[in-house]
Write a protein that binds this ligand. Structure first.
Ligand code: GCU
Length: 726
């Protein structure tokens, strides 16, 4: 072909591709609130005709925010600027509190329904007035209206039919809180998305737009609280200088219904109060906390309360003075009670000087105090008894403290799930725990039911998520990690929702409604956690990550300063087999579960294979359910995990024309890192465990790229996430 003709042909091809493919850039900053233009003409027609006129009175900061959100959503999605009408009968879309809609509230719902939705819930419904069909969004309060508006916009973003609406939504837990492990010097403990978003140095004078965008994103999924600083707390946060900065954040968040909370160091009275002790029974100490609480509420009248990590991993606490967790928590609770604040007291306690299985220690320390905490204390319990592992059975404290308020703590930041380079959708992990049956009140007492306070209406309820947010432009480091923030909010609001529904919503809102995109990517998301478990810690293995950084595999770690920080403590591999015997012949951690859960875990034949090595030390030749012996099953799982990452990559590679170029490339690169890291996990673990099993890798599997020594010698000294409490 002559060069000129060739050039013309190439030019033509380039122009055609540019005209037909969707190449645009999106840095992910807008999260799931981008309000993409709706292009389906039929839908646009229906939406536009229904929503062209709006009745919406905006009298408070919160309803003002709701109105602005609605306006920008309708403009972006439908290019629609509705006419604001002053009479209900003229509006196609009617938004208002029950009080504002008094004339028509009887048409909307019965009194009992308004009671059920409480202070934060909402109703979205079609009603007919004077022969005209309307969409009504109503609630008892302005914050309910804000949640309702976000709920309504979500319907449009996911292109739902708005002609058959009858939605009644209300949160099942009271305190839906993000815990930031952010230090005052802007490092983030276990943070993989850049520096802390809180710029303490520039506060209070400078309110970064991010603070508002953050509050808005939280409100859009029903999160109503934010603990600003690391649980390994710096006492400085309670000094007046910092409280003034905290106030500035509280003021910025308030219109979005977000309250601020602080992690406090138990020894603050000594460190910043010049007292000689922090003994909770000392009157001077008690007075110091009361004065401090008064000061805080002077600045922040709706301050949420304290989060406390005490007598855990070196932190001070009441036991330092021979007192109990109840003494410590109640003392702080008494200081906050006059202001309606709460204490979230963490049950993440274990001590290597206690000669017992780490998995048992929180239960042993806390269960005796059931019913001994003040009504404004809520015990914050991690989903599992060790530490946010890729898979853990539910924490035995759920179901063991019927007279104590318990909130669950999940970890959104992927400390043990591949940092921000691995695509791992955590909703299935959260759901596995929430749906687990504790049998505390007979069959059906799921962790979720306990958290919702179904068996004791006097308790306060909540869910906390350790945030995965940083100052990376896309907030969470990995575009898909945003889905974990979203999923946490949706599940804290209603733990009954399915992972499938949440993934579906998130994909549609964040990317698009094209089913050829949504369906395959939803499958990828729903499989992704199991995939990570397979290439990291299959069959109930746990805590075999690199020492300290928790980055990459470290099954060989046997010296970490204390036994319960080593990997060998947890996998107990030897020539006889592998796994931690927590049955009655071992540590007997199973005894902390109620019958029949206890029996199911105790018995090798009934213990779910996913928890096998969590509860049992099993022979290498033990026949697993697949027919493969344990060694071959372990190898199979590790290799399957890596293969699944490859499939994930193939599916994503087909999505180039369906998503923007920027996020497409970002995810593609991250998946390639994930693949390499999954391979490293697989090869390192298989080779290491082989030194005990002495069995061959079965035929047909790729040979590990390097010898075991290569993996053992790799050092990752500057891996992110080691914060320190500064
Ligand atoms: C894990 C994590 C720590 C964190 C601790 C906690 O152990 O590695 O960085 O401080 O959990 O939850 O308190």
């Amino acid at each position: 072909m002559r060069p000129v003709i060739l050039f013309r042909k190439i030019l033509l091809t380039v122009l055609t591709v540019a005209a037909t493919s969707t190449v645009w850039a999106d840095n992910g900053y807008k999260l799931w609130l981008e309000y993409h233009k709706i292009t389906d003409a039929a839908k646009v027609k229906i939406y536009t005709s229904q929503l062209g006129t709006t009745f919406f009175q905006t009298k408070s900061a919160q309803s003002g925010v709701a109105y602005n959100e609605l306006s920008s959503g309708l403009i972006d999605m439908l290019n629609l600027k509705p006419v604001k009408v002053s009479s209900v009968k003229d509006g196609g879309l009617i938004i208002g509190t029950r009080n504002e809609l008094r004339d028509i509230d009887h048409v909307i719902a019965a009194d009992s329904l308004f009671e059920r939705i409480g202070n934060e819930g909402y109703i979205i419904k079609n009603i007919v007035i004077a022969g005209r069909k309307k969409v009504v969004v109503t609630a008892n309060t302005d914050i309910g209206i804000l949640y309702g508006v976000f709920g309504f916009l979500r319907l449009l973003e996911t292109q739902t039919d708005i002609n058959k609406l009858n939605i009644v939504e209300y949160p099942r837990t009271m305190y839906r809180i993000l815990d930031h492990w952010d230090n005052l010097n802007r490092t983030v403990e276990r943070g993989y998305a850049g520096a802390s978003i809180w710029n303490w140095h520039k506060l209070p004078g400078y309110i970064d737009q991010r603070y508002i965008d953050y509050a808005r994103a939280n409100a859009s999924v029903g999160i109503n609280g934010s603990v600003l600083n690391n649980v390994n707390a710096n006492a400085l946060i309670l000094t007046t200088d910092y409280l003034i900065k905290v106030k500035a954040l509280a003021d910025a968040f308030r219109p979005y219904g977000i309250k601020v909370y602080l992690s406090v160091k138990f020894s603050s009275p000594i460190e910043i109060g010049k007292l000689k002790t922090a003994d909770p029974l000392d009157p001077q100490v008690q007075q110091w906390w009361k004065d401090k609480a008064n000061e805080i509420y002077h600045y922040i009248p709706d301050f949420g309360g304290f989060l406390v990590k005490a007598n855990s991993e070196g932190q001070p606490g009441p036991q330092t003075y021979g007192r109990t967790h109840a003494d410590g928590a109640n003392m702080l609770a008494d200081a906050l009670a006059p202001h309606h604040g709460i204490v979230m007291w963490r049950a993440f306690v274990y001590d290597n000087n206690v000669p017992d299985d780490r998995a048992k220690q929180a239960y042993n320390e806390f269960k005796p105090f059931d019913g001994k905490f003040r009504p404004n204390v809520i015990i914050q319990v991690k989903n599992g008894a060790i530490d946010f592992q890729p898979r853990e059975p539910f924490h035995p404290l759920f179901g063991a403290m019927p007279n104590t308020s318990l909130m669950i703590e999940f970890q959104l930041t992927q400390e043990y799930l591949g940092f921000s380079t691995h695509l791992v959708f955590e909703a299935p992990l959260f759901k596995e725990c929430l749906d687990a049956d504790t049998y505390a009140m007979g069959k059906g007492a799921s962790v979720a039911n306990i958290l919702e306070g179904k068996y004791n209406r006097k308790l306060i309820t909540g869910m906390a998520g350790v945030a995965n947010i940083g100052s990376d432009i896309n907030w969470c480091g990995h575009p898909f990690a945003q889905a974990n923030w979203f999923a946490f909010g949706r599940l804290a609001w209603n733990p009954g929702q399915s992972s499938d529904k949440i993934a579906d919503e998130w994909l549609r809102m964040t990317f698009n409604n094209d089913l050829t995109f949504v369906k395959p990517m939803k499958r990828v998301m729903l499989q992704s956690r199991e995939t990570a478990v397979n290439y990291m810690t299959p069959l109930g293995l746990h805590h075999i990550m690199g020492v300290n950084t928790h980055y990459g595999p470290g099954p060989w770690v046997d010296d970490a300063g204390r036994a319960d920080w080593t990997a060998v403590y947890y996998h107990k591999a030897d020539s006889g087999g592998i796994g931690f015997n927590r049955t009655s012949t071992g540590s007997n951690a199973v005894s902390q579960y109620l019958i029949p859960v206890r029996d199911r875990f105790e018995n090798l034949n009934t213990c779910p294979e996913k928890y096998l090595l969590w509860f049992h030390h099993v022979k290498w030749t033990y026949p697993t359910k697949s027919g493969r012996n344990l060694w071959n099953e372990l190898v199979y799982r590790y290799y399957t995990g890596v293969d699944s990452v490859k499939s994930m990559q193939q599916i994503w590679n087909n999505m180039a024309s369906k998503v923007d170029a920027e996020r497409f490339t970002a995810v593609k690169q991250l998946m390639s890192i994930q693949y390499q890291e999954a391979q490293r996990w697989r090869d390192a673990c298989v080779l290491y465990f082989q030194t005990f099993s002495q069995l061959p890798i079965p035929p047909g599997y790729e040979t590990p790229a390097h010898a075991l020594s290569y993996y053992r010698d790799q050092k990752f000294l500057m891996a992110p996430g080691i914060g320190g409490n500064q």
